[in-house]
Design a protein around this ligand. Structure first.
Ligand code: AKG
Ligand code: FE2
Length: 223
């Protein structure tokens, strides 16, 4: 049986600290909803950086996977690639994201690129881990719960492909260079179910994004 979500003082503190830092950044706008802490940062990347990441995704893409078995084969139909963390052009962007949020780069998972062709999607899901799932033991050993998500749109999509938060009443259209940031935890540091979100099917064009998930603890250790 799934255990109910647990509050966490550490994650509550991370939520408050990162939110305050983002609120204080004049380049960043808080998205108007009282359901989740979510922010947009237009023009976070340059066109050249977007081009570089798109080329890396095209080179490394393979079918996307899921942590839990989904009953629906169409649940996540995109392609993904783990971007090489210490390639200089990737590392610079990776560390700029961490610096923007004020979270140590070590707490961040390796940036993942995703590509959606027309008809491809990522159905409604939570980014946080569900306590009690078979993967939970591994999660606690490698950085613990996911706290914040940072996602960058690398191109503007002709039609479709929005990131939709049905329960928070929020929808972000893919706009090139824009960084979207949200906290997957609530004020008490427990998972916030209202962060449920979907990468809507692309209708026309191809959608490229990078996603970076931050953990409550250290995810990456130099071995
Ligand atoms: O493609 C999107 O808009 C959403 C992607 C997403 O939810 C994820 O990578 O966790
Ligand atoms: Fe997600």
């Amino acid at each position: 049986m799934k255990k109910p979500p647990t509050p966490s003082p550490l994650r509550a503190m991370i939520g408050a600290t990162v939110s305050a830092r983002l609120d204080a950044n004049p380049a960043i706008t808080r998205i108007a909803t009282d359901k989740i802490d979510a922010f947009r940062y237009p023009d976070f990347l340059s066109d050249a950086e977007c081009r570089t990441l798109v080329a890396l995704i095209d080179k490394g893409r393979r079918p996307s996977t899921l942590l839990s078995a989904a009953h629906d084969p169409n649940f996540r139909t995109s392609e993904s690639c783990d971007l090489e963390r210490f390639a200089p052009e990737v590392r610079a962007i990776d560390e700029r994201i961490a610096e923007t949020l004020g979270i140590a780069p070590e707490n961040g998972e390796t940036m993942q690129g995703q590509r959606y062709a027309p008809g491809q999607q990522f159905r409604a899901h939570h980014d946080y881990f569900h306590q009690g799932e078979p993967y939970w033991e591994d999660v606690t050993r490698q950085g613990g719960q996911r706290t914040w998500t940072a996602m960058i749109f690398l191109n503007t999509v002709a039609e479709g492909g929005a990131t939709w938060f049905p329960q928070a009443g929020m929808r972000a259209k893919p706009v090139k260079r824009m960084l979207l940031i949200w906290n997957n935890m609530g004020a008490d540091g427990g998972p916030n179910p209202l962060t449920l979100h979907e990468g809507m099917a692309v209708v026309e064009g191809t959608k490229y994004i990078v996603t970076k998930w931050f953990r409550e603890g250290i995810w990456y250790r130099v071995r």
